[in-house]
Design a protein. Structure first.
Length: 135
């Protein structure tokens, strides 16, 4: 098993067998609004005025609630830990394609950062990849 502890809008993804899954839920006003209004359209989401306002972060208060979840691992899984500088600039299918097809994890990180910068690069980009070699 892998345990993921999470606060804020940095994300953890898992790439497995050609697909991608977001393992974290952003702690943001946009996510809270989407939960309250599940029929929100993609256009409404794109135009949401406060999409970058986070509702939980380290240092906002003396204590913070951390979401902790466990996930089963499989050999070959690739886990991507990234800031919103990546997830806000590169769509999930492209993240998956780059991570799945790169010749190495180091190359995948470089290609992901390059993709974020090519797509506008409006924020800092932090990206870390891990691969499970045996489960």
């Amino acid at each position: 098993k892998i345990y993921v502890g999470h606060v804020g809008d940095s994300r953890v993804y898992r790439v497995r067998e050609g697909g991608i899954a977001q393992l974290t839920r952003d702690h943001s006003l946009l996510e809270d609004y989407k939960e309250a209004k599940p029929d929100m359209t993609e256009e409404e989401e794109r135009n949401f005025p406060h999409k970058n306002v986070i509702t939980r972060a380290l240092g906002m208060r003396e204590t913070v609630q951390v979401d902790i979840r466990s996930h089963h691992i499989k050999s070959g899984d690739v886990y991507i830990l990234c800031s919103d500088g990546l997830s806000g600039m590169v769509v999930d299918p492209q993240i998956c394609q780059i991570a799945a097809n790169a010749k190495s994890l180091e190359r995948a990180v470089a290609e992901l950062v390059d993709a974020a910068n090519r797509n506008g690069g409006t924020d800092n980009v932090t990206t870390l990849l891990l691969q499970c070699l045996a489960a």
